[in-house]
Design a protein. Sequence first.
Length: 135
Amino acid sequence: MHIVFVYGTLKRGFANYDEWMTPFKYIADGKTYDKFPLIVGGAYYSPILLNEQGNGHIVKGELFEVDDDGLATLDIIEGISKTGGYERISIAALSGDVKLQAWIYVKDRVDVEPVHNELNGEYKPDARYIPATQR
């Protein structure tokens, strides 16, 4: 089993949760141990974590337990094999006072155009977000 940290539209109650995350076990709310820039970017106003560990803010999100097939599915949704897609990296995350390793999806800044705004470490519903079904 794997632990995955989600920070955007895959969180419970957000646009992509019902379609993709319901098969997985929610563990707890969490936050990144290190700072990262969390932005809204791209043509679809997506929440994106930039692969710039140490810059930005501690990011709030949720931790899920995912099996191998689930992780492979998330890799496909996040486009890790596509040019300009996300990259899956291992980070330290906190669940309360417990530090653990989790997978998270990040992008390089050069792959995000345009950057609409930087968030203060937490993604909240954004009316500008365009779900995949409307693209």
